[in-house]
Design a protein around this ligand. Structure first.
Ligand code: LMR
Length: 328
């Protein structure tokens, strides 16, 4: 089954044709909120479906539902437990009702680049964190990368005090709220699909996201400009229900997990360059991108660093230490 076909069925609300997946095939529905194309997670999801549908043909069939067509991130976890979908990949900022350990990924200016994120997520602590939601029946299959985040607003932002008094959309993350408040600004938690409209109508003045989200959802078109702060990570947990995973025959499960791991490893390596392309596309489309001087960057770091202290106990010093060490 072509991912695009699944998406268009969801989009038009037409009931899915019974022959999309063959009779007897295990149907794996993967719901996510970003664009299917030109985006690290969207591209990864399509590539995963392509491989499952060719290599597991007759056994399993994956349907991808991008762009919040099926569920947004605050509904998808329940949908996993109900068996309405089998795979989701919300950002690690969105699991606060299940675990506070993932707050490590949100600490501002923690990871200096995506190589550090690879080191941390492949290391002992990163692997241990895949199981942080087991008491709720969820299992992390692995991490899917996006990239580092940038700030945009309806006025130029060069130093954090430029943001004073503005309202920024954030994900459902208290770390993000603390970070925005440290800038003297106000945070508003909103679902991803609401961000463009909220920027356009002035419900919020600004937002923070990766180049790929800013470009593919056109946020830059309704903002004064974007400042390359690289202040925080946006990465995803590919998550499923333990019950569903356990229901698979061992051979089928192993093949599914192996394909998932190969595809996510490949796309995680590409995530940084996909984001670079998105940044170029923003500039080609006339979007303003501002770079920081070393002094300006230092002001952002100094403003946000105190946020770490608020969340140390939730995360655990051992986990923070491992993440910091991954930068070397
Ligand atoms: C956001 O809500 O900004 C992101 O989590 C969306 C995404 O999946 O990249």
């Amino acid at each position: 089954l072509a991912a695009a076909a699944a998406a268009s069925f969801a989009f038009t609300g037409v009931a899915q044709a019974a022959d999309e997946c063959a009779d007897g095939e295990i149907v794996i529905k993967f719901s996510h909120v970003v664009s299917a194309q030109g985006h690290p997670k969207g591209e990864m999801a399509s590539a995963l479906a392509d491989r499952i549908n060719s290599e597991m043909d007759g056994t399993a069939c994956m349907q991808v539902f991008p762009s919040s067509q099926l569920f947004d991130d605050n509904k998808v976890m329940e949908a996993l437990l109900l068996g309405d979908v089998q795979l989701a990949a919300p950002s690690l900022s969105k699991f606060e009702s299940y675990t506070l350990k993932y707050r490590v990924f949100d600490l501002p200016f923690l990871f200096s680049n995506m190589d550090a994120v690879t080191t941390f997520t492949k290391g002992d602590k990163g692997q241990e964190l895949l199981g942080a939601m087991s008491e709720y029946g969820f299992v992390g299959l692995g991490y899917v990368f996006n990239g580092l985040k940038q700030f945009s607003a309806n006025k130029p932002l060069n130093v954090p005090t430029d943001a004073a008094g503005l309202k920024f959309r954030v994900q459902t993350s208290d770390v993000a709220v603390a970070m925005i408040e440290a800038m003297g600004a106000n945070a508003q938690k909103l679902a991803f699909k609401e961000v463009y409209g909220a920027l356009q109508t002035g419900v919020v003045d600004g937002q923070e996201n990766t180049w790929s989200n800013i470009y593919t959802k056109k946020f830059f078109e309704v903002q004064d400009g974007t400042t390359e702060t690289n202040h925080q990570l946006l990465t995803y947990l590919a998550v499923t229900s333990q019950e569903w995973l356990d229901s698979l025959e061992p051979g089928v499960r192993d093949q599914f997990v192996k394909i998932f791991t190969e595809v996510s490893d490949e796309y995680n390596q590409r995530a940084a360059s996909i984001n670079e392309d998105n940044k170029k596309q923003i500039m080609d489309a006339g979007g303003v991108v501002r770079n920081l001087t070393p002094e300006q960057r230092n002001e952002w770091v100094e403003t946000m660093k105190p946020v770490w202290d608020q969340f140390r106990d939730d995360i655990g010093q051992d986990v923070i230490d491992a993440a910091v060490a991954s930068n070397k």
